[in-house]
Design a protein around this ligand. Structure first.
Ligand code: SAH
Ligand code: MG
Length: 230
């Protein structure tokens, strides 16, 4: 069975977001700006509803779609409590982006969608460097980390994520299948992609072996790993 066809088939059942969020997604797809796949959104939403994180760290903002999506999920559950948040006293997202133009666009999207109630904080710079500079005193502990930036850096991001989380925190990595390329042998992959290919393979091996975590490797979207700190 063709993986892309299966993915598209399942994605045809997903309802797109309404309003500005839906526009941001469509616009990003049109312009070739990376955004999470529709199937990825499905799993991410359910994981947020199950884990009910109060604080999420995202690595790789692009134009802010996934951060706004996660925020919308956190806001719309338990609509019967006072604020409409998963947690009564609201939720927070910290997200990191290297590309200046994308970061500017994300800021504008956050302002437009959230106005005065900005609970998403954008940090600019190389994600690994930014993460290393983050302290638990300043940023608190994260209940969920969504890793979606430079693929060759996932091992580094994971170590920093460990430092910034607690037992029970959920760590998710996107694009672990790299468009299917991860299945190919080292030599069949274009030379410039070989380092990423090899690093992603060893990252997955290490991730599964890591006794600090319990991890499932999934073929959802472009491939996702879901781990819980044990
Ligand atoms: N999470 C976003 C998509 C992120 S795409 C969404 O679904 O809406 C990956 C992003 O990571 C890109 O915008 C890219 O500029 C950024 N990125 C790549 N290398 C990075 C690095 N070293 N540090 C921080 N961000 C990086
Ligand atoms: Mg992604």
């Amino acid at each position: 069975m063709d993986f892309e066809r299966i993915n598209s088939f399942l994605e045809s059942y997903v309802t797109d977001d309404s309003g500005r969020l839906g526009e941001i997604y469509e616009d990003a797809e049109k312009r070739g700006v990376p955004v999470i796949r529709r199937n990825t959104k499905e799993l991410l939403r359910l994981l947020i509803l199950i884990a009910a994180p109060k604080r999420i760290l995202e690595v790789g903002t692009a134009v802010g779609y996934s951060a706004l999506f996660m925020d919308s999920v956190m806001r719309n559950v338990n609509g019967n409590n006072e604020t409409g948040y998963v947690h009564k006293d609201s939720c927070e997202i910290v997200t990191i982006e290297l590309d200046e133009a994308r970061a500017d666009e994300a800021e504008a999207n956050f302002d437009e969608c959230l106005g005065g109630e900005r609970n998403i904080k954008l940090l600019r710079g190389d994600a690994y460097e930014v993460m290393k500079s983050m302290t638990a005193e300043e940023y608190g502990v994260f209940d969920m980390v969504f890793i979606d930036a430079a693929k060759a850096q996932y091992g580094n991001y994971l170590e920093e994520a460990m430092r910034l989380t607690r037992k029970g925190s959920v760590i998710i990595c996107d694009n672990i299948l790299a468009g299917g390329e991860i299945l190919e042998s080292h030599y069949l992959v274009e030379k410039r992609d070989r380092t990423i290919h090899d690093r992603m393979r060893s990252f997955l091996r290490e991730l599964k072996k890591d006794e600090r975590l319990d991890t499932a490797l999934l073929s959802v979207g472009d491939g996702m790993s879901v781990s819980i700190r044990v």
